[in-house]
Design a binder for this molecule. Structure first.
Ligand SMILES: [Zn+2]
Ligand SMILES: [Zn+2]
Length: 254
């Protein structure tokens, strides 16, 4: 039998739902795309409005445009996102001397060419957190192919453990093992350079409230889970099929 679903989300981050005549109160889990490139990146294709449209169409809650060493499109996306029912996290993918470092929550260009630790310090000074994308991918300038593990463990706020552009899963699995072994928060990123790829890798974020600051805080605290190439959680919820109750009751973030 298909359960009856009614739900209401509060801006403070809690959701009330009625499932099979049972009242369920739960924290909001947001679906986020944390690694995307716009046409402002030298290698990206699509403009911000197209990427936001795509994120909305597939039911995401949060998107970060993280262009290489550029911030303008990300700031545009962050301010336009509410028109699409999204939270836009400002961000940038910095070309450090040791490889790529994503700054989330920054609103200024973080200069390229500094070593990993200095780059992270600059991201922190700008009010952001540092996520290490594709850490073990030497062809795409993964930081852990140059900087020492000790440096990354000491300075990184989170590790991208699922990058959907990697051809094999080996580097992702290595990244996941590294993050687990050292207790580092985990994120996913599609690393989309075209709109169609947005949402290929989703980070689920257990947040206290729906705001840029709260989302950044939740990521740094490790209140995340990873979904690669799967239907976003919210869409699954809306589909109200037999799996709904199971999904809602699943404790995603423990
Ligand atoms: Zn990169
Ligand atoms: Zn990238």
């Amino acid at each position: 039998m298909v359960p009856q679903v009614w739900q209401y989300g509060f801006p403070c981050g809690w959701r009330i739902a009625v499932l099979n005549s049972q009242l369920v109160i739960q924290r909001i889990v947001l679906t986020a795309e944390l690694h995307t490139h716009s046409s402002l990146s030298h290698d990206g294709r699509d403009p911000v409005d197209f990427l936001l449209e795509q994120a909305k169409a597939i039911g995401l809650d949060v998107i970060a445009i993280t262009d290489h060493d550029q911030i303008e499109a990300s700031l545009d996306a962050a301010s336009m996102a509410p028109e699409y029912g999204l939270v836009g996290l400002p961000g940038i993918e910095v070309s450090s001397a040791d490889g790529h470092v994503i700054g989330l929550g920054v609103r200024e260009v973080i200069p390229r060419g500094h070593d990993f630790a200095t780059t992270v310090d600059m991201i922190h000074d700008a009010g952001g957190i540092a996520v290490v994308p594709h850490p073990f991918q030497s062809s795409r300038q993964g930081v852990l192919t140059k900087a020492s593990k000790a440096t990354v463990i000491e300075h990184a706020d989170a590790i991208e453990v699922y990058n959907s552009r990697l051809l094999t899963g080996r580097s992702n699995r290595k990244a996941d093992r590294f993050a687990t072994a050292h207790g580092l928060p985990k994120t996913a990123g599609s690393d989309a350079h075209i709109g169609e790829m947005v949402g290929q890798a989703i980070t689920l974020i257990d947040t206290d409230e729906v705001s840029v600051e709260a989302i950044i805080e939740a990521i740094a605290a490790g209140r995340t889970a990873i979904e690669g190439k799967r239907t976003p959680w919210r869409i699954s919820f809306k589909q109200a099929g037999g799996g709904v109750k199971r999904r809602v009751q699943r404790r995603l973030m423990r």
